[in-house]
Design a protein around this ligand. Structure first.
Ligand code: SF4
Length: 395
């Protein structure tokens, strides 16, 4: 099985912390769609005919497009005579209220990232004429002060209203994104954010620590002391609260930043963490086919010009055994499925010995635990996930 990621490179405005490739100007919206359709045709062989079981529209802000325009892209990707044979399956969220398309014989999971300010009754009505069956809503915080600080384009009321509109339309397969460790946020406010999220009954929460990326307005504000710095202590404290509160409220931490009610994990993202091949379409999108990784040019004009001249502009690298091992260790340790020594063994005896030798001290320090040959981060270890993975990396 494989997945397709489609990167929509437009936003209403740039959030202060964001270093994703996206543009606040939308003047190339139409040429981009044309280029995307061309890229789909060019990449028909990339996944070598393996069935696609997930499609994910991310960005950027995909909900800046009308749902029926996005549906055209889904239709192109899933045309039987086209490139990507779909796995025939039942939808995971067969809402009795849903109208519109017949969902028999569709890809398992088709996700749309939405910004709360785009979720209006009209927009949701049009969504019901599409094949989308999962929505990931970029909420980040339910506090107005945090939202202004982050330069988000929506209000807390729009976020709550957006969730309710989707639920009333029969969509239950919802995920929300939250950010913790925001300098304007207190521990009490973070707790309130979580309580509100639980009360809204969303089955999936992705929660990330605020990261200060270079060359962002956030970095500029902190450098010039126009904002308090991001505090490591606060982030650790809020992450601990996140882990405790999600557990109490029946969510599984199935990946270090992702929490879901039983069986509601994101199929598409889980595929990334399990090393399943995927194709990324759109500027800056990454692809992986099991042996190499490639990434499209992060420049919209060049991306469009390239497709007009009959080429996709990307860079590619063939992964070495060491790179594959490092990536497996880093991603698997972050998940509830853990890092399996049988998989490590497949990288060769020397790497296996290196892994075991370097894991033992981590177990001794209570950062990693082992069960039947599978290694997991402990809750304490989750606070140091990147450092632990780097101690197990081959250089
Ligand atoms: S909406 Fe998302 S992609 Fe767009 S600027 Fe904000 S964080 Fe970046």
């Amino acid at each position: 099985m494989t997945g397709i990621y489609i990167h929509i490179p437009f936003c209403r405005r740039k959030c202060h912390y964001c270093n994703f490739f996206s543009l606040a100007s939308r003047k190339l919206k139409d040429p981009f769609l044309k280029a995307l359709k061309t890229e789909i045709a060019f990449t028909r062989d990339y996944l070598a005919g393996q069935p696609v079981n997930t499609i994910y529209f991310g960005g950027g802000t995909p909900s800046l497009y009308d749902p029926l325009v996005l549906q055209e892209i889904i239709d192109i990707v899933t045309q039987p005579r086209n490139i990507f044979p779909a796995e025939i399956t039942s939808p995971p969220d067969p809402s009795p209220k849903r109208e519109g398309r017949n969902f028999s014989g569709v890809i398992k999971e088709i996700t749309l990232e939405l910004n709360p300010d785009d979720i209006t009754p009209t927009y949701v009505g049009r969504l019901k004429q599409t094949s989308f069956n999962r929505f990931s809503i970029g909420i980040q915080s339910f506090s107005e002060e945090d939202l202004v600080y982050l330069n988000r384009s929506h209000s807390a009321a729009q976020a709550i209203n957006g969730i309710r509109l989707l639920q009333e339309a029969g969509y239950n397969n919802l995920s929300i994104d939250l950010i913790y460790g925001i300098p304007t946020s207190t521990t009490n406010r973070w707790q309130k954010n979580l309580e509100l999220a639980f009360s809204l009954n969303v089955p999936h929460i992705s929660a990330y620590a605020l990261t200060v990326e270079p060359r962002t307005p956030l970095a500029w504000m902190i450098d010039r002391q126009k904002s308090a710095p991001v505090s490591d202590e606060t982030q650790v404290e809020q992450f601990k609260i996140l882990m405790e509160q999600t557990k109490i409220n029946g969510y599984q931490q199935y990946e270090i930043s992702n929490f879901c009610k039983p069986d509601r994990h994101a199929i598409h993202n889980t595929s990334y963490w399990k090393g399943v091949p995927y194709l990324g379409l759109g500027p800056s999108a990454h692809s992986y086919n099991g042996t190499s990784r490639r990434w499209n040019i992060a420049n919209l004009t060049k991306y469009i010009d390239g497709t007009e001249k009959g080429e996709c502009i990307y860079e590619e690298e063939t992964l070495t055994t060491a790179q594959k091992y490092n990536e497996y260790v880093m991603t698997s340790l972050r998940t509830m499925w853990g890092c399996d020594e049988k998989m490590i063994y497949d990288f060769g005896n020397t790497i296996y010995d290196f892994f075991i030798e370097n894991t033992l001290p981590l177990i001794g320090k209570g950062l990693v635990t082992e069960d039947s040959g599978v290694y997991f981060l402990t809750d304490h270890g989750k606070l140091f996930a990147d450092r632990i993975a780097s101690e197990l990396f081959l250089t």
